[in-house]
Design a protein around this ligand. Structure first.
Ligand code: PRP
Ligand code: URA
Length: 212
């Protein structure tokens, strides 16, 4: 597998198993949705491994002790509409205090260029850690535009979490936003002429929302 300085592939066996079912064209919408949610949650376990902790004093039922809770800035999840929405609940289950912003983008089928239609994030973006969510990193145009919008609004710390990435998208992110770490469950082979990831899983938004 090719390696990139900005990319971490989270290849836990549970994730690989679930991804295999997710890719299967026979997997129905209900199960597809559940799997996106579950894989997003499992990736979250990995991406939060290095979150800073702070010591706090607490009283257990038996005695006073020092325990550790998450420190630092509040995490903010930013799904790219539509398909990123499918990942929010899975991530938020592990980080219930996370705020959620939204970025609306779709890829023009002819030009493959992202068209933006919505942007709403919490106040004080400069003080937040952003996690952008989108199952598919294909040409990278959508993710790059989303990160650029966040940075224009003042964000300085951004990560991207996807489920399936193409080399073209990873390279685009490395060129446009080398400071943004990209996490994925799989790095696939290539894009086809229509900009779909091969082997991929098809159109994530359509499969999630049953609009095929
Ligand atoms: C899909 C996907 C990404 C984008 C990836 O969204 O969810 O946002 O394509 O392609 P790119 O890396 O080449 O930009 P789509 O444009 O199909 O919109 P949708 O989620 O509303 O269906
Ligand atoms: N968007 C998708 O949903 N799937 C792909 O393979 C590429 C872009």
């Amino acid at each position: 597998m090719r390696t990139y300085p900005n990319l971490t592939v989270v290849g836990h066996p549970l994730i690989r198993h679930k991804l295999a079912v997710l890719r299967d064209a026979q997997t129905p919408t209900k199960q597809f949705k559940e799997l996106v949610d579950e894989i997003a949650m499992l990736i979250t376990y990995e991406i939060t491994r290095d979150l800073p902790l702070e010591a706090v004093e607490i009283e257990t039922p038996l005695e006073r002790t020092t325990a550790h809770t998450l420190a630092g800035k509040k995490l903010t999840l930013v799904p790219i509409l539509r398909a990123g929405l499918g990942m929010v609940d899975g991530v938020a289950r592990l980080i219930p205090s996370a705020r959620v912003g939204h970025i609306g983008l779709f890829r023009d089928h002819e030009t493959l260029q992202p068209v933006d239609y919505y942007f709403k994030i919490p106040s004080e973006p400069e003080a937040r850690d952003f996690i952008v969510l989108d199952p598919m990193l294909a040409t990278g145009g959508s993710a790059s535009a989303a990160v650029a919008s966040l940075k224009r609004s003042g964000a300085t710390r951004v990560q991207l979490v996807c489920l399936v990435a193409a080399p073209e998208g990873v390279e685009r992110m490395l060129a446009d936003h080398p400071d943004v770490r990209v996490w994925t469950a799989a790095l696939d082979r290539e894009l086809n002429a229509q900009g779909y990831i091969l082997p991929g899983l098809g159109d994530a938004g359509d499969r999630l929302f049953g609009t095929r």
